[in-house]
Design a protein around this ligand. Structure first.
Ligand SMILES: Nc1ncnc2c1ncn2[C@@H]1O[C@H](COP(=O)(O)OP(=O)(O)OP(=O)(O)O)[C@@H](O)[C@H]1O
Length: 352
């Protein structure tokens, strides 16, 4: 655990509603179709990614965090597809947005965006790196493909990018293979690959989960400094609220494919509204708590991925659920001010 939620610098992070986000995810639905039934991995999700900010997507396993990220890349795993909604991407505020959902996932336009303007780093660097090509060749391939540079210029750009992410002796390491790097250094190489074309958005899917705590802290520091240097937007997928407290500007809390609460990090940690968000926060160890205090656990199991409970999906596990309301009515996300959105029947009296 890197930091408890209590350590957030509240003054530095005032709530803001961005009128001109880089990405606007609007009622996105991504489903999987298989013999066992249909899975609504992402089921009507809306949120924005502001320019130069970090949005953390949190939730338990299976809540749809990764598939939301993959949907933005328009690269949904086999068996799944985006069935509705829009992902409006606006790299240049002076130009109209492009709806990524409307682009052919394998088409020229999407391939020009993916990898060049939207980069991905994931939990397992080995899966992202080729074991049979040198790091230099992999870097140069991406750079030459997207930035149309010649060999010499691409090599210099690759070395410069490896140096930027803290690879020592970058010119020498161009000749190394992935297995010749430690776990932390390998993740730095992945970050270099994702940043090689200086993207607008970095999607980071649990990039530090497999690393030890010190290396994890170093990678988070690196991401923060790169973000400041390049004005990057970051979508950070994680189940670790300590990491969220460390890096998030905004937080999107997901449960069973839906957004249950979203807002700036200060609001989510200090004034959460949704019972699920409160339960998640209560399950995090605090440095200043009584040593004898027991950690709260979220009662019950995440329901089957094939069957959404009737009413509010969280009601079977919710301590605040009201019989006759929460087991009957499906809540909708409601804005409660300053970019704070809550999807809970107990917070939408005005809508009931
Ligand atoms: N390739 C796939 N085929 C079928 N279902 C899938 C596939 N990938 C994901 N799903 C389903 O979609 C839902 C959301 O998965 P997703 O990976 O986005 O969850 P997550 O919140 O990122 O969880 P985790 O933290 O465990 O990665 C889950 O029910 C999952 O089983």
């Amino acid at each position: 655990m890197l930091q408890t939620p209590m350590n957030i610098d509240t003054a530095a992070r005032m709530p803001q509603v961005d009128p001109d986000p880089l990405i606007e995810v609007d009622n996105l639905a991504t489903h999987f179709f298989g013999g066992a039934g249909m899975v609504r991995a992402v089921d009507g999700v809306s949120f924005t990614i502001p320019r130069g900010k970090t949005v953390c997507v949190v939730g338990e396993s299976g809540s749809g965090k990764s598939i939301t990220g993959r949907s933005i890349l328009n690269q949904v795993p086999r068996g799944g597809r985006i069935v509705s909604g829009a992902i409006r991407y606006r790299p240049d505020p002076a130009e109209p947005a492009v709806d990524l959902v409307g682009l052919d996932p394998r088409g020229r336009e999407m391939r020009a965006i993916r990898g060049a303007q939207i980069g991905l780093i994931s939990q397992e660097p080995m899966a992202a790196l080729s074991p049979v090509h040198t790091i230099g060749n992999q870097m140069m391939e991406v750079i030459r493909l997207h930035l149309k540079m010649g060999r010499k210029e691409a090599r210099e750009h690759a070395i410069e990018t490896l140096a930027l992410v803290g690879i020592p002796r970058p010119a020498d390491r161009m000749e190394s293979y992935a297995f010749q790097f430690s776990g932390g250094m390998r993740q730095r190489v992945c970050i270099a690959l994702a940043l090689a074309c200086r993207p607008k958005l970095l999607i980071a899917d649990e990039p530090t989960t497999a690393l030890d705590v010190t290396t994890q802290a170093n990678i988070l520091d690196l991401l923060s400094s790169l973000q400041a240097e390049f004005g990057l937007s970051v979508l950070f997928v994680t189940h670790d609220l300590g990491v969220v407290a460390e890096i998030a500007d905004e937080v999107v809390v997901m449960y069973l494919g839906r957004v249950v609460e979203a807002g700036d990090v200060d609001t989510i940690f200090h004034a959460p509204s949704h019972p699920y968000t409160k339960a998640l926060l209560q399950s995090v160890p605090r440095m200043h708590g009584e040593p004898t205090e027991r950690l709260a656990i979220i009662e019950g199991m995440v329901p089957s991925r094939f069957e959404r409970p009737q009413g509010c999906s969280f009601h079977p596990r919710c301590k605040e659920a009201v019989v006759g309301l929460c087991d009957r009515k499906d809540p909708r996300p409601v804005s409660v001010g300053n970019g704070h959105v809550v999807s809970c029947l107990l917070h939408q009296g005005e809508q009931s």
